[in-house]
Ligand binder design. Structure first.
Ligand SMILES: Nc1nc2c(ncn2[C@@H]2O[C@H](COP(=O)(O)OP(=O)(O)OP(=O)(O)O)[C@@H](O)[C@H]2O)c(=O)[nH]1
Ligand SMILES: [Mg+2]
Length: 728
């Protein structure tokens, strides 16, 4: 899709969308000798950790690692020592920027925990993470409760139709209150048409939070969960009550269980898990847990329930691929034809290219060739591996449902599918939010200038929400991302990985020049002193032309001007159309009629008419009611009802015209036409106006006249720029 969309065909070709995932630095230094055990499909789980920024996802993954003894000590965000956040920029900012896979081995299963970033600017990574997950684990901070990012996480999990868990995390915090947080989560889940159900109860709270009661098995898990015991007496009653609610939920999963339950008044643990599986896989029930990842409380109990209640790839939401003759549902089995989806690629000057994929059907061997269906090309595979953060673990085979990586492929990009050459299958790329935060990019030095295009291309190949283009109208290099942090990370990456210094500034608006009425003008170009002379005189008329960009004709009669001079006249005018006749922006929708002129037997030559035509045209424009046109965007703003007034009046101050309002899932949607010039920083401004709850989309709609009080300064700026250029 073109950013400018609509019928602005002059933009379409220039917008090269280089989609790819953002990523991180892979180090081979930490390559470990210990191979991972082999896990076949039914023993795999793929879950993405998602939340509002900072709810504790990375630390929860860290506690999973430590509790299962994959690490000898738990890393810390503050020290930059977590397995998941291993990139320099993540260390510097103390947030996650890239999605990373943390395989956790527990109870003979492998849980691929995909730790996604929570900050809005990096939502592209969250979408990528969810695109290869079979379940979403949504974390909420026990004190902050449901936040904007919780809603977004839910929304994206919905897009992939994923079963989900809620984890009330950071239960050790000073003001943590499980009951309050649970009520908020329950109300949130209910508002989205599902039912929340308690699976954990906290043992202690705040500083005294020391374990959880698992309501399914009716056991206590103290500390990280490696110590299992009886339920504390003071929690017995609450646990019985919660257990009863779970039994009822399980009984809803299967008619047979319901009958059994009605007959006996109870179900066995195994029956309960079986019943719950169905209602959780179907997304009807959302189990709620509690933990304090940072303090290693709750890890093992949660891992147990991920194994028991999250689907293996066998029971995961069905995935389809485009086959030779229509859509095929993928079967997650090693014996089926291969379909592996590339969800992330990274290019690093030191370690080369890394390609991360998930096998949705079939299996992949460590040595051999694979077919990239999108590129129609074969890739050579020499070695497959699993990643644990930056650690690389060799894999002999990758079974159906698993997530792995391969290095040094040649042509494969994010969003592509590997399959058997004889059985073509293409898995569709998910929809990514459109990057609407635009900055113009300039190189910091001459040396950087030469590397700007290949560097931006590489960055955008890794990141599906980063786009760059050379704007054909403003002649600027424009980078578009999700917000200022996102752009900032990209520029830091350009510097640290590719040694290219890039600066940003406000992008120019692609205005266009136009005329509003007919006008005539004439110009004589004469240079007859010394040497060979030049002579040309052109009389022309210009008219607005709504139906086309440009038309050039003549009404020449008699012998004043021979038609052979028309092509140079047209050439001179076309050059002016491109460069602009009065404000430095291209002109369109104009018809030029040459109706008279004069020529000289000796001194007339094409170049003289090129100049005369150009100057006559510029003179005519001055009389033809020149105007500037600006791109008007069709903007769709989604906000909480409470922000309606503020956002509306803000749109008015941006010269916006509201086209309508709507209500959608408890939010207000405002549709408005707003000039692009007023939308440059709207991403951040809307966030601050709505406390991060509002979001918007926009696309080019049409061009409209710029009001005269705004045109003046633009023309002045152009004049100054031209004068400065002359002086140079
Ligand atoms: N009190 C307390 N603090 C925690 C806990 N878990 C994480 N933190 C702190 O909360 C902050 C954010 O933790 P992260 O694990 O980075 O959170 P995140 O959800 O991964 O953050 P993003 O990936 O940036 O969205 C850090 O300062 C952690 O030390 C916890 O269980 N209890
Ligand atoms: Mg994180």
């Amino acid at each position: 899709m073109s950013y400018f969309g609509g019928d602005a065909s002059h933009f379409d070709n220039s917008f090269e969308f280089f989609y790819n995932h953002a990523t991180c630095y892979i180090s081979y230094i930490n390559r470990k000798a210990n191979p991972m055990k082999e896990y076949t499909t039914e023993f795999l789980r793929n879950v993405a950790l998602v939340s509002h920024g900072g709810a504790g996802k990375t630390m929860l993954a860290e506690s999973f690692l430590h509790a299962t003894k994959a690490t000898t000590r738990q890393g810390k965000i503050e020290d930059g020592t977590t397995v998941s956040d291993y990139d320099d920029e993540e260390h510097r900012r103390k947030i996650s920027i890239y999605a990373s896979v943390i395989p956790i081995e527990h109870r003979d299963h492998k849980i691929n925990v995909i730790d996604a970033p929570g900050y809005t600017d990096f939502v592209g990574e969250t979408v990528s993470a969810l695109s290869v997950a079979d379940g979403a684990i949504i974390l909420v901070d026990a004190v902050a409760g449901v936040e904007v990012g919780t809603e977004l996480a839910w929304k994206y999990a919905d897009e992939f139709n994923l079963p989900r868990f809620f984890v009330i995390n950071k239960m050790d915090r000073d003001n943590a209150n499980f009951d309050e947080a649970y009520l908020a989560v329950e109300a949130f889940v209910k508002a989205h048409g599902k039912r929340a159900i308690k699976v954990h109860l906290p043992i202690g709270e705040k500083a005294a939070f020391k374990g959880v009661v698992d309501i399914i098995g009716m056991k206590s898990y103290l500390g990280d969960g490696n110590v299992i015991g009886e339920i504390p007496a003071e929690l017995k009653e609450a646990a019985e009550k919660a257990h009863f609610a779970l039994v009822e939920a399980a009984a809803e999963g299967e008619d047979e269980l319901m009958e059994k339950y009605l007959e006996n008044g109870s179900l066995t643990d195994a029956e309960m898990v079986r019943g719950l599986e169905d209602v959780v896989y179907a997304g009807e029930f959302v189990p709620v847990f509690c933990a304090a990842g940072g303090h290693e409380v709750g890890a093992i109990a949660l891992l147990n329930d991920i194994i028991d209640l999250m689907p293996s790839p066998l029971n995961a939401p069905k995935r389809v691929a485009q086959g030779k003759s229509g859509e095929e549902t993928l079967k997650p089995s090693d014996t089926e034809p291969l379909a592996a989806y590339v969800w992330k690629t990274t290019a690093d000057p030191f370690v080369g290219k890394m390609t991360y994929f998930r096998v949705f059907s079939g299996s992949m061997q460590a040595e051999g060739h694979i077919w990239n269906q999108n590129k129609g090309a074969e890739e050579r595979v020499s070695g497959l591996h699993f990643q644990r953060g930056k650690e690389v673990i060799a894999a002999k085979v990758v079974h159906a449902g698993d997530i792995a990586a391969v290095s040094k492929l040649n042509v494969t990009a994010t969003g592509e599918t590997f399959c058997d050459k004889g059985h073509p299958l293409t898995i569709a790329k998910p929809k990514y939010p459109v990057a609407l935060y635009r900055v113009a990019i300039t190189p910091k030095s001459q040396a950087d200038a030469a590397k700007i295009s290949p560097t931006l291309t590489k960055l955008c190949e890794e990141d599906m929400t980063l786009i760059w283009q050379n704007d054909p109208i403003t002649h600027e290099t424009v980078l578009q991302g999700m917000g200022d942090q996102h752009i900032d990370v990209a520029l830091h990456r350009a510097q640290s990985k590719f040694q290219v210094g890039l600066a940003t500034h406000e992008p120019r608006i692609p205005y266009r020049e136009g005329i509003t009425r007919k006008a005539t003008a004439q110009y004589r170009h004469k240079k007859q002193s010394g040497g060979s002379g030049q002579f040309g005189e052109v009389h022309l008329r210009i008219e607005p032309l709504p139906s086309a960009d440009f038309e050039f004709t003549d009404e020449l009669v008699g012998m004043n001007l021979s038609k052979s001079y028309l092509p140079p006249i047209e050439k001179g005018i076309r050059a002016t159309l491109e460069r602009g006749a009065f404000a430095g922006y291209p002109m369109s929708n104009v018809k030029v009629i040459v109706f008279d002129g004069k020529e000289h037997e000796v001194d007339s030559k094409p170049v003289a008419f090129e100049i005369a035509g150009r100057e006559a045209f510029k003179l005519a424009v001055q009389d033809a009611g020149p105007v500037l046109f600006e791109p008007i965007m069709n903007v769709r703003v989604t906000i909480p009802d409470a922000n309606m007034g503020d956002v509306m009046s803000d749109i008015n101050t941006r010269r916006g015209r509201v086209q309508g309002t709507d209500s959608e899932h408890g939010s207000t949607v405002i549709v408005a036409h707003v000039p692009m010039a007023e939308m440059l920083r709207y991403t951040s401004q809307l966030r601050s106006m709505t406390g991060g709850r509002g979001y918007f989309t926009m696309e080019f709609d049409h061009y409209d006249t710029v009001p005269s009080h705004i045109t003046g300064p633009i023309i002045e700026a152009h004049k100054k720029e031209m004068e400065a250029k002359k002086e140079e």
